[in-house]
Structure formats: structure tokens, C-alpha cells
Ligand binder design. Sequence first.
Ligand code: NAD
Length: 476
Amino acid sequence: MQHYLNFVDGQWRDSSRQLTVMNPGTGEAYATIAQASIQDADDAMFSARRCVNSGALSNVRPAQRTAWLLKAAEAIREITDEASMVLCLENGKNFQTSKEEFEEAARYFEYYAGLADKIEGISVPLGKDYIDFTQYIPMGVSVQIVPWNFPVSICARSLAPALAAGNAVVVKSPEISPLAMTLLFKALEKVGFPQGAFQLLCGKGSEVGTHLVKHHDTNQIVFTGSVPTGQRILKDAADHAIPCVMELGGKSAAIALADVDLDTLLRSVKLGIFYNAGQVCSAMSRLLIHRSRYDEVKQAVVKMTESLKLGQGETHSELTPVVSKSQQQQILGMIKQAKEEGAVVLTGGSAPDLAGYFVQPTIIEARPDMSIAQKEVFGPVLVITPFDEEDEAIAIANGTEFGLVSGVFGESINQTLRIANQLISGQVFINEWYAGGIETPFGGIGLSGFGREKGQEAIFSYVQTRNIAIRLSHHK
Ligand code: NAD
């Protein structure tokens, strides 16, 4: 079995303890990885602090950072084919989805390469006796905590803008699915960034994760993960007033209007809830359907769902396993509770007779107040609900504690935009779920978190403003 290492102070480092990484497609052990210790975390933080203090990242001409980031994009593309198979086998995800993750990671580096030399302040007019201007300076040491669902692209999503802005970064990879991230760092290692610019630690969240959050050298925390962990981190960060970016969960709704185009909607439903086995923070986990089209849309969604080919990621199947046994059991438990509350399972609802951690693609008819329509499932489970009036649909869509994304499907530009204007979420998709890309600002409202990733706006998550005010002396 292959063994993977952590990256600390420019060296690949083993540990006396290790974590076993499973293949979700077979339920068998796939590889092992060194489990980072507190000492590893301290060494990583020290190295990052030294890098920050040296100015090796922040004092160079910004065009130098552009050059490093562009080389990083190139290096990532060189390893994509080989590394994508590792991601596919450790995560269970489709091989094509794995390749898309690496391509997206490369795009983040390319995109923020273009911004690295355009982080410009403003000049503030204060009258003839003063000159005043602002500067955007790096935060310092950015601690970035990554989840398992898109470990490579989410890592790059935070790492690339942080480096573009001149921060040193300590990344904590997830205990589940950390291997492909080590290959990403092997690619980055070749680029020639200053020593200590980035470090990678795979360790327990409750041990190494907490230690990094509470570390006196931490200047910023970027957390992507579940709401309970985010809340725990916010409490720890409050003790030393560390700024945080929180990218948390969702329970996002699509609204299908009376004039919806059925084929357009079905394509989006398939992508929205079954891509990556529904393990997407911005998954379409609720579909609200106008009553005049309810039976037709319901039947078509169930038919599409029953046609999906289940299989391991490397077989190019449409529905892959979920990431772990505990995730599988949690999803099945939520479906069981939904049935007990009176929700109706229209198709799926159990684990198929396959090796690996599969959950059948599931459609559930439920009222908006039921737990299955309120809580994040993080699996291939779609809740459908009818509505009569536009205002009712908006109220249901906005009626959870989350606010990550939402969607509107219909032919009238007037009606779709009128509804979009009232949806409380960080992004609204019209007529295509996941429309947008790395260029469009992404982040949550409410329990979905705060701060923005992606797009030009994300650069402001990685800088702080310094204002310089100058009093001019009088002419003698
Ligand atoms: P998780 O919260 O269990 O773990 C995320 C990371 O936090 C892991 O690296 C874990 O080791 C670490 N961690 C755990 N406890 C910690 C602690 N006390 N201190 C510091 N770090 C700690 O989440 P997960 O199960 O890996 O990911 C799934 C969740 O992530 C879902 O809720 C999903 O919606 C969310 N997510 C959000 C986004 C987004 O951009 N908004 C993207 C992907 C996933």
C-alpha cells in the first residue's frame, strides 16, 4: 500500500502515526498517510511565519507572484491524468469529475495570477493640505482548513488568491481523501516559490486543526466545511480575534415555474443533485414545483433518477459512492427519519446491493417544515415540494437557516429576475444549476457562512487595508 507524507518547511515529512485512507468504491483500504503531530503543526507555522517576516512573498514585485502562479497552473496540468486517478480511488468520485477538479485548480492559479499585480488601493481626497491613500497588504499567515468533497479544487480556491496577495499558507487537509492534495503540493513544489510559502498537514481536525486555529502565529482562518465545525472554529478564533472566512453548508432550492422547460430543468436536476453523489455544498437539494406542472415534473424527475447508472468512479458511472461508511449511514438515517415524519420516498431510499458506500439516488416528497427539507443531507437525495403562488415559493426557498445558492427555472425573464431579486442566498442560478464559474463570487448568507471565495472579490478575503495619511508642510 502506498504511503503519503506531509509537507513542512519545504520537506516531505513522515510521522510516527498514520491514517488509513479507504477506497469508497470497494470499502477496502487504499493507502496510508502520515498523521501530522502538534510538533509538525508548530514547525509548519514557524516556517510560514519566517516566510512572512522575510518578505520573500510580499516584498517582491507583484509580477513575480504572477509568474509563480502561472507556473503552478502549468505544473498542475502536467500531473492531472495520474493524480486524478488517485483522487478518484480515494474519494469515490467519477474519474472525469476528478480531472475537472485538477483543471479547476489550475484555473484558480491562472486566474489569480492575473490579479496578483492588480491589487491596487485608492487615493482619498482630504483637501490641499493632505495626501491620503490606501494599500492592500497581506494578512500574514493564512490557515486554511479543507473538506473532503472537492479537496483539490477547494484547496486551490483559497491557496491561489492567498499566495497572489502575498500570504504564506498552512493547509490542513481532511482525514478522508487527503492524498490527491499531496500530489497537488508536489506540483507546486516544483515552481520555485520561497521556502515556507505553503505547507500541507494531514491530521485530525480535533487535534491539529484546533491547534492551528488557536496558534499565536495564525493571522487568518479560511474554513470550508460543516456548520458545527465552523461554529467551533469561530469560538476558538474569537479568543484571539482572528478574522475568518467561513464557507459552510447549504440546503439550496430550485424553483420550477409554470412555464419551465422540462428538458432544461431535468439536465440541471441531474447535475444539481447527483453530481459527486450529491456531496456538494451548493447541491440542488430541494426542488419546488408549480402545482400546474407538479405531476409531470415529478414523474420525469423520478424516471431520470431511476435511469442513472451506479458504479465506481473509475467506471465512468453517473452515480458514484459516497465518501465513507459513516456518511452512508448518516444519509440513510436521515431518509428513515423523513419517512417517520410522513415524507414519501418516490424512488431510492436505501443502499443498493453493491460493494462500496453507495446510496440509491433518492427523490422524496416532503413538506417544507420537515427535517429532510431543512437539514443538509450531503448525499444523492432530492426533496420535492409543490407550490401555488410565487410568493409562497420564495418563502419556502428562503425558509431554512442556510443561504448558499438558489435557482429559478422559467421562460419569463421578468418573472425569473423578479424572484431572483428576493432570494436570500450568495448566488442565484437562472435556467442552469451551477451556471457561473471560478470567476463568479461565491459564499453564503446565514448558516452558510460569510466572506467570499472565487472571482475578483475573493482577493479582498486575503488582504487588509492600510491607510496612509500625509500632512503636507506649508510653503515657506
Ligand atoms: P467537516 O466540518 O467535518 O471537516 C472539514 C475540515 O475541518 C476537515 O479538514 C476536518 O479535519 C477539520 N476539522 C474538524 N474539526 C475541527 C476543529 N475543531 N478545528 C479545526 N478543524 C477541524 O466537514 P466535511 O464533512 O469534511 O465537509 C462537508 C461539509 O463541508 C458540508 O457541510 C458541506 O456543505 C461543507 N462544504 C462547504 C463548501 C462551501 O464552499 N461553502 C464547500 C465544500 C463543502
